[in-house]
Write a protein that binds this ligand. Structure first.
Ligand code: 5RP
Length: 227
C-alpha cells in the first residue's frame, strides 16, 4: 500500500454511520472513495455522498456509492479531499483538478473538512511549488489578469490536457494560474482574491480544514485545527 492509499483507507475508517460525505477529486480522494465503498458494501455502512466534480461523481457511481445531487442538500457532515500544498497552519492550496467552485462550496458547507496528503504536499509557505489557480468568468479573464498584475502576480490561462485548447471547469470557467514572486501574507492575499470581480473561486483554502491526515513511513499523522 502506498502513502496515498494508506491515508485514503485511514480516513474511510473514521466515517460514522449516517454521515453525508463530500467526495473530493484527485488520486488520493479516489483511494478514499474506494475504501469508503468497501465499507458501504462489506459492513453495510449507511452513508450518503455528494461529489465535488464530474470526475468524482463518475468514480462514486463506478464503486456503487449512493450519490445525492449537490442542489438537494444544504450541508454535509464531512468533506474529504486532497490538496496540492498544506502549510503548517493548515492553509491549503488546491485546484490542479480545477473544480474549485464545487470544492470550496462543499468545504464551507461541511461541519468537518478532512484533508488527505502525503509528506510531499507539506510546505513552509503556500505557493512554494505551484502557482495559485483562479477560476475566472470567461469574458473577464483579461480584466482579472490586469488586476492580478497590479498585486504582483504573473498569470497565464491554463491549457487543456492535450494542449490544443483551454482548460474549462465543470462550472464553465477558465483557469488562470498565477505566480507571485513573494506572498507576504497568504490570508491577506486570500481576502484580496475574494474581492476581485470576475474571479469565481481560487485555490487558497484559508481556515477551512479541520483535520489534516498525512500518510508516510507506514503510518498516518493526524493534525487537527485545535493543535
Ligand atoms: C483537485 C485537487 C486535488 O485534491 C489535488 O490536486 C491533489 O491531488 P492528488 O491527490 O491527485 O495528489 O485540489 O482540484
Amino acid at each position: 500500500m502506498n502513502d496515498k492509499q494508506r491515508v485514503g483507507h485511514f480516513a474511510a475508517e473514521q466515517v460514522k454511520p449516517g454521515m453525508i460525505v463530500g467526495l473530493g477529486t484527485g488520486s488520493t480522494a479516489n483511494h478514499f472513495i474506494e475504501a469508503l465503498a468497501k465499507r458501504y458494501h462489506e459492513e453495510s455502512l449507511p452513508v450518503q455522498t455528494v461529489a465535488s466534480s464530474v470526475v468524482s461523481a463518475i468514480k462514486a457511481k463506478q464503486v456503487g456509492l449512493p450519490l445525492l445531487a449537490i442542489e438537494h442538500i444544504d450541508g454535509l457532515d464531512v468533506y474529504v479531499d486532497g490538496a496540492d500544498e498544506v502549510s503548517p497552519d493548515m492553509t491549503l492550496l488546491k485546484g490542479r483538478g480545477a473544480d474549485l467552485v464545487r470544492e470550496k462550496l462543499l468545504a464551507r458547507a461541511s461541519r468537518e473538512f478532512w484533508v488527505l496528503i502525503d509528506y510531499s504536499k507539506r510546505v513552509e509557505r503556500i505557493g512554494q511549488n505551484y502557482p495559485i489557480p483562479l477560476e475566472v468568468i470567461p469574458f473577464a479573464w483579461q480584466m482579472v489578469q490586469r488586476l492580478i498584475s497590479q498585486v504582483g502576480g504573473q498569470s497565464r490561462l491554463r491549457p487543456s490536457g492535450n494542449g490544443d485548447g483551454l482548460a474549462v471547469t465543470s462550472h464553465g470557467s477558465l483557469v488562470l494560474d498565477v505566480d507571485f514572486p513573494y506572498i507576504p501574507d497568504i490570508h491577506e492575499l486570500n481576502e484580496q482574491l475574494n474581492s476581485i470581480s470576475g474571479i469565481v473561486e481560487h485555490g487558497i483554502f484559508s481556515k477551512l480544514a479541520t483535520t489534516v491526515f498525512t500518510g508516510g513511513d507506514g503510518r498516518v499523522e493526524v493534525q487537527t485545527a485545535e493543535d
